[in-house]
Ligand binder design. Structure first.
Ligand code: DQA
Length: 149
């Protein structure tokens, strides 16, 4: 993958259980399948995609800090942290390369009030929600299509 540009696809809590977790909301694709899909979509777009998931907020903060230092574009599904983590807000604020926020479901259309707020959106160049796992492909395509700064 010589010359491929790095992109990190970072995922927050409970997304490791995709496929088994509330499939009526999140679908049947497993996290391993999602990671495989993202790497393939990325390859076709000239990206070297690194897909990660964590249930530990500090680990996500460390990854976001690394992404800031290395100026790596990030596709972020911060899952439930999206809705209340000011630490994730502060970490996203430090990113200089583009940030795309992704959600498999559309939190704004869901009944729980707490899902209607996002700490990521103020820092995101684009928000993609409600497209299932295909939203990750749309996020990578957005990064590929945007002019590079
Ligand atoms: C989610 C939506 C969030 O509200 C929820 O907490 C998640 C997943 C999504 O991808 O639809 O864990 O980010």
């Amino acid at each position: 993958m010589l010359g491929a540009r790095p992109v990190w696809v970072l995922n927050g809590p409970n997304l490791g259980r995709l496929g088994r977790r509330q499939p009526e909301i999140y679908g049947h694709t497993t996290f391993a399948e999602l990671a495989h899909l993202c790497r393939g979509w990325g390859r076709d777009l000239g990206f070297d995609v690194d897909v990660r998931q964590t249930n530990h907020e500090g680990e996500l903060l460390d990854w976001l800090g690394d992404a800031a230092d290395r100026m790596v574009p990030v596709v972020l599904n911060a899952a439930a942290w999206t809705h209340y983590s000011y630490a994730v807000y502060d970490a996203c604020a430090q990113l200089e390369a583009p940030l795309v926020e992704v959600h498999i479901s559309d939190p704004l259309q869901r009944p729980e009030e707490f899902r209607h707020t996002s700490v990521v959106t103020p820092h995101a160049e684009r928000v993609i929600a409600g497209h299932g796992v295909d939203g990750y492909r749309l996020a990578l395509e957005h990064l590929a299509a945007r002019p590079r700064v």
